[in-house]
Design a protein around this ligand. Structure first.
Ligand code: AHR
Length: 565
């Protein structure tokens, strides 16, 4: 017999399964008053690289490995060598993927793990080469790691650390260390995926342009992970973290901020954040008919500014081809303060000058130069970037439809009464704007958008590299997670708790086939389909969706080929 509480919960769940925005919002408010469950399951970490969870056989997440046949970065002239040889040396060089000088053999970035707060500096496979991401995988296995420092590869040591509070927003948080696995030079490495609230800054720099000095910069970002919030920037900003006026910033911006019409195309656009404005030209703020945007998965975004009269914006597909000059002309005259510039010499990444930190974006590498770089040097640096062979982690015939990191999958439910039904993102979540997760009956003739919503990219578990996270195919940067034990598709916030909410450990299916997905932070709970919606549920628990009936079948899923072709 049902208790009153479980009856009410069942009613709430039923109304939620019809995905009213308000009901999901209310569930979040309810969740704030919940007391965290005590882990009742003995979680036995690492025995020869495996994890044994509660009540199931573990399925290992085997990290993708470096192909031994891949050469090291063969070029003796990496980006900062090119800039040095052409008279505009790098004054800052940041990357989590590779060396930017042929002779560099120091650390690239620092990760901190939550299990004991210790840190690891991730370096290179060898001098001038690619990141030794395997060291990070080993260090972070079974726990949650964030990136706390991005080293400057120049002698200036303009290292970036997690940004302090600024005029616009409170202090930033670090980016999860394993959130953006990519391939560079044939090696498995990590980029940085910013999902809001995250950012890095150094306000005590050496060698960065100030007060009208010339400089150049580029960053490699992604055209597939952007938004229209301020400000996914890399470059020069205020020392105080406050907006100190026009011309006090000089940073390359990449996103879909179109604050002043007209803009051209859908973006995302390479623009100059010069403070109090993102500029695509001197023809109005965002206005530039030639600036149609770069939607590619890897994009190089370029800005140079002589500090006195002129600037240039360029962009390129970082996987192939040459640069396009979007603009080369006068600094903005629409408002005073940009001629001459008044840069302050702080370096920022992923935020605006006043620490506006609601933007999203991906970052792989970036450089700032002293002096106004030549077009020829930028052409050569673009060629070097293309030569890296940046790529997403692709499924292959061995991994397609399998629970392998980088693979695209669909997750078929096995609950009684559901035929050809798959877990999919659906709708939007009221004030939060993200999706719920339900089961939908789909076939190859279903709408492409629906098939994409039922396709997930398998990622290394955000909170445990022996487990998995599932990133939405249609909404990159969103992950399947639970909140108040209800499943959603949402960006993770950078907080450890969110990473755990989005991490599932795969065990043999509770009903004897396929998989069951055990919640990382609530090991007694498994992903479950209940009355058409997804939850995390413990058999016989107090929520309606914990019901014993059909528990085994409802927590058992088949990992199948991705519905989205
Ligand atoms: O210029 C755009 C943004 O405006 C800056 O990055 C920020 O400091 C201000 O809010």
């Amino acid at each position: 017999m049902r208790t009153l509480e479980s009856f009410v919960a069942a009613m709430i769940a039923k109304s939620q399964s019809s995905t009213g925005a308000a009901s999901r919002g209310n569930r979040r408010k309810d969740a704030k008053s919940r007391v965290l469950a005590i882990f009742t399951c003995l979680f036995v970490p690492f025995v020869a690289g495996s994890v044994i969870g509660c009540g199931g056989t573990s399925i290992h997440n085997v990290s993708s490995t470096t192909s031994p046949s891949q050469p090291a970065q063969s070029s003796t002239t990496l980006p900062c060598d090119i800039y040095f040889n052409t008279g505009t040396p790098c004054v800052a060089a940041h990357s989590t993927t590779r060396a930017l000088f042929a002779t560099y053999d120091g650390p690239l970035y620092r990760v901190q793990r939550s299990s004991d707060n210790t840190t690891l500096d991730v370096g290179l496979l060898k001098a001038g080469d690619y990141a030794n991401a395997a060291a990070q995988d080993t260090f972070c296995a079974g726990t949650y790691c964030t990136v706390t420092k991005i080293y400057d590869q120049t002698a200036n040591h303009n290292d970036l650390t997690i940004g302090p509070a600024g005029g616009a927003d409170p202090a930033d948080v670090g980016v999860p260390a394993n959130g953006l696995p990519v391939v560079a030079g044939g090696h498995s490495v990590y980029g940085l995926s910013f999902t809001g609230g995250q950012g890095y800054r150094n306000s005590k720099t050496t060698g960065i342009a100030t007060n009208g000095e010339p400089e150049g910069m580029y960053m490699v970002a992604s055209g597939t992970h952007v938004n229209n919030n301020c400000c996914f920037d890399y470059g020069n900003a205020e020392v105080s973290g406050n907006n100190t006026g026009n011309g006090h910033m000089d940073a390359v911006n990449f996103g879909v901020e179109c604050w002043f019409l007209p803009c051209t195309g859908a973006g995302p656009w390479v623009q100059a954040d010069l403070e109090n404005g993102l500029f695509a030209s001197d023809w109005g703020y965002n206005t530039n008919p030639a600036n149609t945007g770069f939607p590619q998965p890897f994009v190089s975004a370029w800005l140079k500014n002589d500090g006195q009269t002129k600037m240039a914006l360029k962009g390129g597909d970082a996987q192939s081809g040459a640069l396009t000059t979007e603009y080369a002309g006068s600094l903005p005259t629409i408002s005073s303060g940009y001629i001459p510039m008044s840069q302050e010499g702080s370096v920022i990444l992923g935020i605006g000058g006043d620490n506006s930190n609601n933007s999203v974006g991906n970052f792989f590498e970036g450089v700032m130069t002293g002096g106004y770089p030549t077009d020829a040097s930028e052409t050569d640096v673009q060629a070097n970037i293309v030569n890296v062979g940046y790529d997403v982690v692709k499924a292959n015939s061995a991994t397609a439809g399998k629970l392998a990191v980088g693979s695209e999958i669909s997750i078929q439910v096995t609950s009684s009464g559901y035929t050809n039904a798959y877990l999919r993102r659906e709708g939007s979540d009221g004030a939060y704007g993200y999706g719920g997760i339900i089961a939908s009956q789909l076939s190859s003739s279903s709408a492409a958008a629906d098939l994409g919503d039922a396709t997930w990219v398998v990622r290394t578990g955000l909170a445990d590299s022996t487990c998995f996270s599932f990133e939405s195919r249609n909404h990159p940067g969103e992950f399947m997670r639970h909140y108040s034990y209800v499943a959603y598709s949402e960006p993770w916030t950078g907080a450890e708790a969110t990473a755990k909410d989005a991490t599932f450990c795969a065990v043999a299916g509770n009903a004897g086939s396929g998989y069951s997905f055990q919640s990382k932070n609530y090991p007694t709970k498994y992903l479950r389909l209940y009355e058409g919606s997804a939850f995390v549920a413990a058999e016989g628990g107090s929520n309606a969706w914990d019901a014993k009936a059909s528990y085994g079948q409802d927590t058992t899923f088949l990992v199948v080929n991705p519905l989205k072709p």
